[in-house]
Design a binder for this molecule. Structure first.
Ligand code: NAI
Ligand code: MG
Length: 356
C-alpha cells in the first residue's frame, strides 16, 4: 500500500470548515481506491494559536512540517489582527520557508455552473495561471522611515532575479507543453516598468528556445485583464509576476463562477520540501460559522495534491465526484445554490462511493 503523510493546517475562519470537509472527501476516496493511504496530522496553527502563544506557528514549525509529503492548507485572516501579521506569520512563512516558488492556479467553468461572462459556458474558460511565488513585488524588500512625520517615506521594492525568473518560466513552459493547445501568454508591464519587466521578457525569450513546441506571446497586464473578459477562448496557460498573477487569478476565479471554486498549489518543483495545496480564497469572516462555505476549491486543490503525489487515478475520481455534484446543482449560496457545506461534501462523497 502506498502511504503519504499529509499536514493539515485549517488556519482561520472558513478554513476550519472547508479543511475538515476536504479530509472527509479524501477519506472516502482512500476507502474507494484501496491502494493508497493518507496519514493526516492536524496542526492547530493560526490566529487562535497566536492569541495563546504570540506566534502564528511555532518557531520550529517549518522543521515540524519538513518530513511531510504535502501540506493541506485552509486560510488565514482574523478580523482582530493585522492581515500582514497573519499572512506573513503562517502562509507566507511556509511558502517562502520552503521556497514554493511556483503557484499554479487552474480555472475552468465546472459543469452546471455559470460564469458571469455572457456566453461563457463549461469549456469556454480553461486556463492555468502560473504565478511567481517567491520574489517580485512580494519579496518583502523595503522599509519605512520618519514615521508620522511630514517627510515619512515608504518603499516596496520589486525583486527579480535571473534564477527566480528562469525557474518560473521553465515551470510555465513545461505546463504549457503538457496541455493540448501548447500556448503560453507571458504577462508583463514592460512598457511602464522598464527594468524588472524588460528583464522578465528577455528571460522568457531565452527559456522559450528550450520549448520549440510551445507557441508563446507577450501581453501587458492591463490588456490581459481586458482580454480575460473579452476573449476568454484565446487564453490557455499564463505566466505572470507575484502581484500581477495574484490579481489576474482572482479575476479568473470570479469568471469561473466564484472564488469558492478556485484552487491553487504552491509547489517546490525540486521536491526538496513539501508543497502546499489550498483554496485561493481567504478566511471569509462574513460567512464564518454559518456552515455555508463552498468546499469545492478545497476539494479541487486536493485533486492537485493527489496528482502531485502521483495518485492520478484518485485525482481524476475526485474531480469527477466534484463535477457530479456541481452538475446536479448541489451548490452553496455563493454559486446561487441552496446547499450547505455538509450537503455538498455528502454529494461528492456519494459520487466517489458509487464511482467505477
Ligand atoms: P475572502 O476570500 O476571505 O472573501 C471574499 C468574499 O468571497 C467574501 O464575501 C467571502 O464570503 C466570499 N468567499 C470566499 N471564499 C468563499 C467560499 N469558500 N464560499 C463562499 N464564499 C466565499 O477575502 P477577504 O474578505 O478579502 O479577506 C478575508 C481575510 O482572509 C483577510 O484577513 C485576508 O487577509 C485573508 N486572506 C487570506 C488568504 C489566504 O489565506 N490564502 C487569501 C485571501 C485573503
Ligand atoms: Mg489573492
Amino acid at each position: 500500500m502506498r502511504s503519504y503523510r499529509i499536514a493539515a493546517i485549517a488556519g482561520d475562519g472558513i478554513g476550519k470548515e472547508v479543511i475538515p470537509a476536504g479530509l472527509e472527501v479524501l477519506r472516502a476516496l482512500q476507502a474507494r481506491a484501496g491502494d493508497f493511504e493518507l496519514e493526516v496530522v492536524d496542526f492547530p496553527w493560526g490566529s487562535d494559536f497566536y492569541r495563546e502563544t504570540g506566534r502564528m506557528m511555532p518557531e520550529d514549525g517549518l522543521d515540524q512540517l519538513r518530513g511531510f509529503d504535502a501540506i493541506y492548507f485552509g486560510a488565514v485572516g482574523d478580523p482582530h489582527l493585522p492581515d500582514s501579521l497573519t499572512l506573513w506569520g503562517l502562509r507566507l512563512n511556509i511558502c517562502q520557508g520552503f521556497d514554493q516558488y511556483a503557484n499554479i492556479r487552474p480555472t475552468r467553468v465546472l459543469p452546471g455552473l455559470e460564469s458571469p461572462l455572457r456566453g461563457a459556458g463549461p469549456g469556454s474558460i480553461d486556463w492555468v495561471i502560473v504565478r511567481e511565488n517567491s520574489e517580485g513585488e512580494y519579496a518583502g524588500h523595503g522599509g519605512r522611515a520618519h514615521r508620522g512625520h511630514e517627510i515619512e517615506v515608504a518603499t516596496e521594492t520589486s525583486i527579480f532575479t535571473r534564477v527566480g525568473v528562469e525557474r518560473i518560466m521553465r515551470t510555465a513552459f513545461t505546463i504549457a507543453a503538457s496541455r493540448p493547445r501548447k500556448l503560453l501568454t507571458v504577462v508583463t508591464k514592460s512598457n511602464a516598468q522598464r527594468h524588472g519587466m524588460v528583464f522578465w521578457d528577455e528571460v522568457a525569450a531565452k527559456v522559450a528556445a528550450e520549448f520549440p513546441q510551445v507557441t508563446w506571446e507577450k501581453e501587458l497586464v492591463d490588456a490581459m485583464a481586458a482580454r480575460m473578459v473579452r476573449k476568454p477562448d484565446s487564453i490557455d496557460t499564463v505566466v505572470a509576476t507575484n502581484l500581477h498573477a495574484d490579481i489576474l487569478s482572482d479575476l479568473a476565479g470570479a469568471l469561473a463562477g466564484s472564488l469558492g471554486v478556485a484552487p491553487t498549489a504552491n509547489l517546490d518543483p525540486s521536491r526538496q520540501a513539501p508543497s502546499m495545496f489550498e483554496p485561493i480564497h481567504g478566511s471569509a469572516f462574513d460567512i464564518t460559522g454559518k456552515g455555508i462555505a463552498n468546499p469545492v476549491a478545497t476539494f479541487w486543490t486536493a485533486c492537485m495534491m493527489l496528482e502531485h503525489l502521483g495518485e492520478k487515478p484518485a485525482a481524476e475520481r475526485l474531480m469527477r465526484g466534484i463535477e457530479a455534484a456541481t452538475a446536479k446543482g448541489v451548490t452553496t449560496p455563493d454559486l446561487g445554490g441552496k446547499a450547505n457545506t455538509a450537503e455538498v461534501t455528502a454529494a461528492v462523497v456519494d459520487a466517489i462511493r458509487s464511482s467505477n
